[in-house]
Design a protein around this ligand. Sequence first.
Ligand SMILES: Cc1ncc(COP(=O)(O)O)c(C=O)c1O
Length: 419
Amino acid sequence: MSNRLAIDGGTPVITDSIPGGMHGPSVIDEREIQAVTDVLRSGQLFRFVENSQVASFEQEAAGRLGVNHALMVNSGTSAIICALTGVGIGPGDEVILPGYTFIATAAAIVGVGAIPVIAEIDESLGLDPADVERKITPHTKAILPVHMQGVPCRIEAILDIAKRHELKVVEDSCQCVGGQYNGKYAGTWGDAGAWSLNYFKVLTCGEGGLVFTDNYDTYERAAFASEPGLPMWMSDSEWKNKPFSCQTYRPGEILGAIARVQLSKLDDILGHTRKLKKAFIAELSDNPKGYKRQHVDDPTGECGISAAIIINDDNLAKKYTEALTAEGLGAGTAYNEGFPDRHIYTYWDSILFKHSPNAAGYPWSDPRYKGDIKYSRDMCPNTLSILGRALRFGFNVNMQEEHARLMAAAINKVDDALG
Ligand SMILES: Cc1ncc(COP(=O)(O)O)c(C=O)c1O
């Protein structure tokens, strides 16, 4: 193959398009169809029944995660809301989260009446522990790290900070279902964790979520937060905490039935994506000239659904983007003026401008909040610098190892020429 870049008239490395598609939806087969059909035929769509699909999913997921309790809800956002409520976060509290995540993470904090405090990411593309330390105030009550794109963040460093400052840790593992960090599942390190089962995630039931924890009180409070009628479905004597009324985030049996089948496919999905990433890394140059690889604390446990390279400077990042696209590998920096990755705090207008659903301006104007949080688009310059130079590549179950190798070969070729 000629070394001349495709952008200069050479032959592109990738001539046939790389298959796309979502993980969970791509593996739907007769088993999900049968499971849904069975629920429909039973006419039993409500979760509080004997032999409930939702309850079985909760047990199976808890068993898989190695936690004492799991609660299925109707979305990842509601899972985070219930987890935060479960650990006792509410009005007046500040919660630190990374500036690189879906807005739902911040929205969940606002949803419990607390204040999101946006912190920097580092070259792991996860929360930067050093900036977490800097952002702690007397009002901080929790840290909400996010395991983005299947790669667990530096959770041990974050837990160490939380321990020293007596903070709760709720892990947003919505994008890291099945990912592990040093042999323990992402989401199970802190006080509570959350999965999303929406259409784009590793496992899907269309829309859904899971809260999980080892702590019984956290679980019970999360359950009250998800269903004000809970004490009516299960007798009072079963509850240790006083029930309270919140929202209804109850999932139906169809969601539970699909989620069970999908969970049984987790090993196959991640087995495949991890193989793809391994092939990609094996092909990728060990001594790149123009970029650094995303830092991954534990490469063996991550989901293998993405890889990122961080180019040395902005100008070069633009050149890599154009050259890689010409080589047949669609690329763009996460933060750019064209088609950016919207998982960046700069796009969270409702948070940055403190838009409240009510005229009182809560949670920011809540009299119990004694802090003075300020937001601006440039408040996390390191995050913007890293994401402005980060090129992300996805691996999905429809790809073969050869696709992953070609992706790496395209990067090697561009790096040889431009790096
Ligand atoms: C990191 C992260 N957190 C939370 C959520 C919210 O999940 P859901 O869409 O299921 O509410 C998402 C969904 O995209 C996400 O990517």
